[in-house]
Ligand binder design. Structure first.
Ligand code: XMP
Length: 344
């Protein structure tokens, strides 16, 4: 495994990868077994008893997992839970402001922390997918949250890791950004706080049910998944502010065009290679975007949605005219497996 030489932390991080089979100890709650009201009550009780009269923090991205945890945590701890939106520069257009204002409407104050420079500096020059994922994890948990926890005096971090995140990481398929304990990482020793994961026994469909029962709006509980490392998972090769901006613009178009489909997830990917194109009769050596749109029930397997051909044509037309520098758009037709949903 690639270990990036980040500045030394007191206790060296030991990554067990693929990890020991300790995810087997987590007992999955299948959708048909889930009683959301009972689950919510139990988790509120658990969080309260673990945190006691101490303080906790959590990061809200606006996805269904972190949103459900934010509500559970505030129900359990009230204002002894501080919620942050980590603006890492890798989010979709207007996403940071939108999430903060949506939670304000729900009565929860979310503090935005601007960390764009920290993330882009750390990602500079990295091209290996697992190395990029590991770097994002380290900057997030060690640098950003290490500091927040130190300054706030909190001893606990609440986060929305779910059963599938653990399963894929432990199987060694890809390192999901939020997997720590299951990889043998003692977060208290390494980062200075304990991690509480109330959703660990649920898959996404179960989390959606809990989120709906918690009273979150449909915009949140039915939101297509968006990975923790955000648009960085959609840039093949080096992640730079410019390359993120290209994929961000393409993401807006893909989401506008495909949000009316029943698809599980849809997004563009920016390839590393450039290709020869032609514009106004002149050679244009430009970027290549791949669009992916998935039908999937449990993310373990997936099939590309059979989109109408005119939708594909419209996507190509819009992306090549509205996203500067893009001369080619392709559509993924490979199933998972052997593909995975994201490209890195
Ligand atoms: P893959 O690419 O592994 O994706 O087939 C399965 C599902 O997981 C999402 N995904 C992530 N979610 N942190 C997350 O929170 C991650 O690091 C991560 N990587 C992939 C992906 O979008 C899909 O829904």
């Amino acid at each position: 495994m690639v270990v990036r030489h980040l500045p030394k932390v007191e206790a060296p991080v030991q990554f067990w990868y693929p990890a020991p089979n300790n995810h087997m100890e987590i007992k999955e709650i299948k959708l048909e077994e889930l009683n959301p009201e009972k689950f919510i009550k139990e988790k509120i009780r658990e969080i309260s008893s673990i945190v006691g009269d101490g303080l906790a923090v959590n990061a809200l991205s606006g996805g269904v997992d972190s949103s459900a945890v934010t509500i559970l945590g505030h129900k359990a701890l009230s204002d002894r839970l501080k919620t942050y939106f980590i603006n890492n520069g890798l989010m979709r257009e207007d996403e940071p402001q939108r999430v903060v204002s949506l939670f304000k409407e729900l009565g929860i104050h979310v503090e935005m922390i601007n960390t764009q420079k920290q993330f882009f500096d750390a990602l500079k020059g990295l091209t290996d997918p697992e190395e990029k994922r590991e770097t994002i994890t380290e900057v997030f948990y060690r640098d950003v949250f290490g500091k927040i926890v130190k300054e706030s005096g909190a001893k606990f971090l609440l986060q929305g890791t779910n059963y599938t995140d653990v399963e894929e990481t432990v199987a060694g398929i890809k390192r999901q950004h939020n997997i720590l304990g299951q990889l043998g990482i003692d977060t208290e020793k390494v980062y200075g706080y304990k991690v509480i994961e109330p959703l660990l026994q649920l898959r996404k469909t179960g989390v959606r049910k809990v989120a709906q029962t918690l009273g979150l709006p449909e915009e949140i509980y039915a939101k297509p998944p968006f990975p923790g490392p955000a648009l960085a998972t959609r840039v093949i090769g080096e992640v730079t502010p410019e390359r993120i901006e290209t994929v961000r613009k393409a993401t807006k178009i893909v989401e506008e065009e495909l949000s009316n489909t029943e698809a599980f997830q849809y997004f563009p990917i920016l390839y590393e290679d450039k290709v020869t194109g032609i514009r106004e009769g002149k050679r244009d050596y430009g970027f290549q975007i791949e669009v992916r749109c998935w039908d999937s029930k449990d993310v373990k397997t997936g099939s590309p949605t059979k989109l109408p051909y005119n939708t594909l044509e419209r996507l190509a037309e819009r992306i090549t005219t509205e996203v500067p520098g893009v001369v080619s758009v392709t559509y993924n037709i490979t199933k998972k497996p052997p593909s995975t949903i994201e490209a890195i």
